[in-house]
Ligand binder design. Structure first.
Ligand code: DAH
Length: 338
């Protein structure tokens, strides 16, 4: 085999090599100790000096070319490697992204926000109070002294003699009056309340209320009635009428229960309003002089009205939901509808 054939063969073999290990083996077979070229060199000892010189030069040139062949092949393989890696790492930035599941507002939050917006547009500000409350604010300063029979209307979770889970948002009335010390007040207070009730379709041991309180000079029951009519229309539709029925709450005098004309049948009578044409939506009244006085307001100078409504009740009516427990069991199929 002459040297040109050796080179030709090496070129072909180098092209077929797949891995760097195979390439190294191939290179060793041509340039290593037992290579064809070295065998050729071994035959040189019988040659003349001249012949040795020419053959030596040719073999060296051939070795140089072989080095070159293997180097080029190695570079070629490395470039292919890089290309392959880049291809595997490539991302298509034009592909649509993965859908992220988005949550929705809880129906109670929706109703709360809607009612807040209505009152804010009427100039009310929003107050908050603690859920762990003093008996003093939850009962006593609302004209419900210890032993008052009306305390039994609200079964209470007590921590000790003086601390309890608030049974209504009305204690925020007291807190606001104490804080504002004789200045006019116009607030609503949304929040959670707790009662020792057994849970069923219409009762929950924990639910939400929105309390309202307006105190100023010259506030009359006409202001209360106008306010209630206005919010009933905004919440349940422009055609709504309201009806005030006498009722009793110790912190107001007179006390009222407020009905709105049924928004399902317009007042004609249907299952929604139990065929009465009216739906009860809240309790209200004129702030009791005792409440004003205990909080440091002169009840001859100041008058006020207050109201309290259950957010669940409004939401049940609004969305036609039949069981209050749906609000708290967090079934995603229920919550997704809002
Ligand atoms: N706090 C009462 C309750 O939970 C509701 C209520 C009635 C609030 C009359 C008031 C009111 O502010 O004037 O049953």
């Amino acid at each position: 085999m002459n040297l040109n054939q050796v080179l030709e063969e090496a070129r072909l073999k180098a092209k077929e090599v797949k891995t760097s290990h195979e390439l190294a083996e191939l290179k060793a077979s041509y340039l290593g100790k037992k290579s064809i070229l070295n065998e050729l060199m071994a035959t040189m000892k019988n040659l003349s000096i001249e012949e040795k010189k020419t053959l030596g030069q040719q073999v060296n040139a051939c070795k140089g070319e072989l080095e070159e062949i293997f180097l080029l092949r190695r570079q070629e393989m490395e470039a292919l490697e890089v290309e392959k890696r880049l291809a595997s790492e490539a991302i298509d930035v034009t592909l649509p992204g993965k859908q992220v599941a988005r949550g929705t507002h809880h129906p109670l939050t929706l109703v709360q926000q809607e009612i807040e917006d209505i009152f804010i547009s009427m100039g009310y500000s929003i107050e908050e109070g603690p859920e762990v409350e003093l008996d003093l604010y939850n009962f006593e300063m609302l004209n419900l002294p210890k032993g008052h029979p009306a305390r039994e209307m609200q079964d209470t979770f007590y921590f000790d003699e003086v601390t309890l889970l608030r049974t209504h948002t009305s204690p925020v009335q007291v807190r606001t009056l104490l804080k504002d010390k004789g200045a006019p007040v116009k607030i609503i207070c949304p929040g959670k309340v707790y009662r020792r009730d057994d849970d069923d379709a219409t009762h929950s041991h924990q639910f939400m209320q929105i309390e309202g309180l307006v105190v100023d000079e010259n506030i009359t029951m006409a202001d209360l009635k106008g306010t209630l009519l206005e919010i009933s229309k905004k919440m349940f539709g422009e055609d709504r009428k309201i009806r005030l029925r006498p009722s009793f709450f110790p912190f107001v005098e007179p006390g009222l229960e407020v009905d709105v004309s049924c928004f399902a049948c317009g007042g004609a009578g249907c299952p929604m309003c139990k065929h009465t044409g009216w739906i009860e939506i809240l309790g209200a009244g004129m702030v009791h002089p005792n409440v004003l006085e205990m909080a440091g307001y002169d009840h001859h100078k100041f008058k006020g009205f207050a109201f309290g409504m259950g957010i669940e009740r409004i939401a049940l009516l609004r969305y036609g939901i039949d069981d209050i427990r749906h609000f708290y069991t967090n079934d995603i199929r229920f919550l997704k509808q809002f």
